[in-house]
Design a protein. Structure first.
Lengths: 109, 109
DNA sequence: TTTCTATATTGCAATATTACGATATAAATT
DNA sequence: AATTTATATCGTAATATTGCAATATAGAAA
């Protein structure tokens, strides 16, 4: 079908999946790393940094924004993007728990 | 096109994206949480836990395995899956860095 | 060896994603 | 006002994902 049965899962599972999905493209990982590295939250320099056309970058930024991973603010005729720490923290919190709390290894693995 | 320009990005960016992509579906988040919760690395109980058909679960497990997030071992005629901690650690390491190390907030956000 | 149980694979329809040229929008500059 | 600069949106082709019925595989039990 190509359609996810979202309603069958919890809100947290859907949110974590949405964030992970947004990070599930190397260009978007590169954008996050770029935003981390620059001192001010530089805007369209991302387009110059990445090997993709401007509309493609714009689309990737939109997806990161929809997932709550970044936010943008208008600066003159440019737009300034930066990382949204709360979202990343929430995501890290859940993924960290994937490290099971078992003290002993299971029999099989 | 629907095809990602992987060769334009670093191996690390591609690996992180692949792991994130594997976590980018609520069913696969649910599987990871289930594996974390059970004491032994229970196998096909996942099929009973999740609201999806057996072939669909099998496909999701395959994707988690391909991304290195879980591993399976044969136990009689069943298969026992469990979490691969190294992969999760590697992923957490990179995503944690998305929390920029800036001491001061930028002007715009 | 037939049957049962557990899991994987195949095939396919519905839908989503990726990439980008063309074009729109909107503020800054001339 | 016309032009430049920065970003977003639209439209579309190529490809990927999701879900499952049907079927295959393989070990266990009868």
């Amino acid at each position: 079908m190509g359609i996810t049965k979202s309603e069958e899962f919890t809100a947290q599972q859907n949110e974590v999946a949405a964030i992970a999905k947004a990070l599930g493209h190397p260009a978007r990982v590169a954008i996050m790393q770029f935003l981390m590295g620059v001192d001010s939250c530089i805007c369209g320099d991302i387009v110059n940094e990445l090997p993709l056309a401007q509309p493609t970058i714009s689309q990737h930024l939109k997806e990161l924004k929809n997932a709550g991973l970044i936010q943008g603010s208008v600066e003159g005729n440019a737009i300034c993007y930066c990382v949204n720490h709360e979202t990343i923290n929430r995501f890290l919190g859940v993924v960290t728990l994937f490290q099971s709390k078992k003290k002993f290894k299971s029999a099989c693995c």
